[in-house]
Every structure is written in structure tokens, then in C-alpha cells.
Design a protein around this ligand. Structure first.
Ligand code: LMR
Length: 334
């Protein structure tokens, strides 16, 4: 009797212990991946691809939750949230690292620094890209990959074919001093604003214009509130996929390996669709007919390049002359 009762008690407590342990065992590691653009963009699609592959390659040990469209955090807040561990993964544009104290990334904002995606990739896929990521480590952040968006168009409610046309226009920019200098060089009045607020600011006239790759302009419907745009390709917009370093380093090795494989493939995917997504968005906006798109003539392009050239020298002190030289050397060697 006593033996039986003991057995029953034992069995009962074993079942209880198992019940307590089970949910813990079954609980996946959650990666909250927050971003500010629409799902239907190069970054949005890259994030969705990562979610799918990460869950597959870790056999469900990881649950990736993607929060697009500034649903969770706006530009500046999301970086703070990453450092605090409230989210684990982000892909901010390279123009948004200045406020964090890592100004070198603003090199990517220099006007006309990259002749195209190939030149850019020799930077992001090489030693210089790794060197830039190393600068994030003492901020508690680990850089894992570079994702492309594309080359920017300028938009406004008045024609902006030549640098003179920018005089006095209030232009929304990302939080980059290089972009501020760029707008100043054109005689415009730059205004830093979170991405989530741009559409309304354009609609209500708080700002006159902005710059973005076509994919962002189209998916935020900015073309509905901008009468003119110039396909100037004057600057690049791309992303650093980053994680909270402590979280990443603390992952079981096999889980991290699965995530690295997923990210490698998601990176190839995101970068392979970026150009076609932007080309399609530009075409869709032209078809919509609400914005008149201007292509620069060779003379106009020369005038833009001349007006913007001083930004490189003016910003050397901020970005670091060595970083600029390293990026230019890599880009020239493609
Ligand atoms: C912007 O703020 O214009 C962009 O950085 C948005 C984005 O993430 O593409």
C-alpha cells in the first residue's frame, strides 16, 4: 500500500515536472524583426524570405516575427529598441547610423559615389563592408549583411530639373548629415523626419519634397502627393541587417548556423530583386500619371554632379577621410 502510494505520488510529481518542462522545451526562440517600409519592397520581401528560411533551417527552434511599416517602432526608436533587446533584428538604412555615433556609414549617402550596383557590391561584399560592421560592435550591435534598395529619385511639387530649382524647397531627409549637406548644396532646406511621417508631411505641405528609391516612393503612395520627380540616381539607399550582439552571441551554435544560412540566402534573394522592384515601381508610377518624371540630360546631369561635388570634401571630416578613400578605392576596382 505504502509502496503503491509512493509510486502514485512519484508518478504524479514526474508528470507535473514533465508538464512544467514541456512548454519550456517547446518554446521557440523569438526574433522580432522590425522595419519601417511596406512588405512589398526589396527590404520587406527580404525580411519575409528570412522569416521563412530561418524557421525552416532551425527546424522551428526559431520563430521570426516581422513587423513592417513602423508598426512597432519608428526610425530612431527601433535602434534604441534593438540596443535594449526589445527587438532582436533590424535593417535600417545606412543613412540612419549617425545618431548612434557611427558616422562612417554616411559614406554611402555621398552624392554620385557609386556608378551602379556593381561598384557598390565591391564595397558591401568586401573588406570595407566588414570594417564598417566592426564599428557597430561596441554599440552592442552586430552587422550581418547588406541589403540593397536602390538609387534615389528626387521629388517635389515643382519641377526640379536643375540644381537651381531646389532653392528654398523644404526637403525631407533621413537622419544623415551628408544628406543634410547635399540638400544645402542644392540650396534646399533639409528637414529630418521619420519615414512613417513623410506621406502626411508631403500631403499637408509641411515639406515640399523628398528623395527615395522608386520602390519606397511607390509603396508609400508618395507619387500621389508629388507632382514632379527627377530620375537623378544621385544617391544610393541600402540597408544593414543588424542584430542585438548579446542575443546573437548567446544563441546555441547550431541555431546560429541555421540563421546564418537563412540570412545568406535571404540576402542573395533581396539583392537579386532590388533592381527589378525599383524599375517596376518607377514604371507603375509613370503609368499612374500623377507625377511627371524627368530624365536628366547629359548637361543637366553634369550640373547636378558639379553642384553636389563639394559635399564629398565638406563631409570628409565627419565620415573620416580614410573611410571615404577605402570606399572609393573598392568601388573603382569593380
Ligand atoms: C527612409 O527613411 O527614407 C528610408 O530609410 C526608409 C527605408 O528603410 O527604406
Amino acid at each position: 500500500m505504502t509502496f503503491r502510494r509512493n509510486l502514485a505520488v512519484l508518478a504524479g510529481s514526474a508528470a507535473l515536472a514533465l508538464a512544467a518542462a514541456l512548454p519550456a522545451l517547446a518554446q521557440p526562440i523569438v526574433i522580432k524583426f522590425s522595419h519601417v517600409v511596406a512588405p512589398d519592397t526589396p527590404k520587406g520581401k527580404g525580411a519575409a524570405k528570412f522569416e521563412e528560411l530561418a524557421e525552416r533551417y532551425t527546424d522551428g527552434a526559431v520563430d521570426v516575427e516581422v513587423y513592417p511599416n513602423s508598426q512597432l517602432y519608428k526610425d530612431k526608436e527601433e535602434l534604441e529598441a534593438l540596443q535594449l533587446g526589445a527587438v532582436q533584428m533590424l535593417a535600417p538604412s545606412l543613412a540612419k547610423f549617425g545618431p548612434l555615433g557611427v558616422q562612417d556609414f554616411e559614406v554611402f549617402d555621398l552624392p554620385y559615389i557609386f556608378k551602379g550596383y556593381d561598384a557598390l557590391h565591391t564595397v558591401t561584399r568586401g573588406e570595407v563592408g566588414r570594417m564598417l560592421f566592426s564599428k557597430l560592435e561596441d554599440k552592442g550591435i552586430k552587422g550581418l549583411a547588406y541589403w540593397d534598395n536602390g538609387f534615389k529619385v528626387m521629388s517635389a511639387n515643382s519641377p526640379i530639373a536643375t540644381p537651381d530649382d531646389f532653392l528654398g524647397l523644404k526637403m525631407r531627409i533621413q537622419s544623415s548629415k551628408v544628406l543634410e549637406a547635399q540638400m544645402n548644396a542644392l540650396g534646399a532646406v533639409p528637414q529630418v523626419m521619420a519615414f512613417s511621417e513623410v506621406y502626411q508631411a508631403l500631403q499637408t505641405g509641411v515639406v515640399d519634397g523628398t528623395e527615395n528609391p522608386p520602390s519606397n516612393m511607390f509603396t508609400q503612395k508618395m507619387h500621389e502627393v508629388q507632382k514632379h520627380a527627377t530620375v537623378s540616381n544621385h544617391g544610393y539607399l541600402g540597408y544593414a541587417v543588424i542584430v542585438n550582439k548579446q542575443f546573437w552571441d548567446g544563441l546555441p551554435e547550431d541555431v546560429r548556423a541555421g540563421l546564418e544560412k537563412a540570412l545568406d540566402e535571404a540576402t542573395d534573394y533581396a539583392n537579386s530583386i532590388a533592381k527589378e522592384e525599383n524599375d517596376a515601381a518607377l514604371q507603375a508610377m509613370k503609368d499612374a500619371g500623377t507625377t511627371e518624371f524627368h530624365e536628366l540630360s547629359p548637361e543637366e546631369l553634369a550640373a547636378w554632379e558639379e553642384a553636389l561635388a563639394p559635399v564629398h570634401e565638406d563631409m570628409a571630416g565627419r565620415i573620416g577621410a580614410e573611410t571615404i578613400a577605402a570606399v572609393k578605392a573598392a568601388a573603382a576596382g569593380h
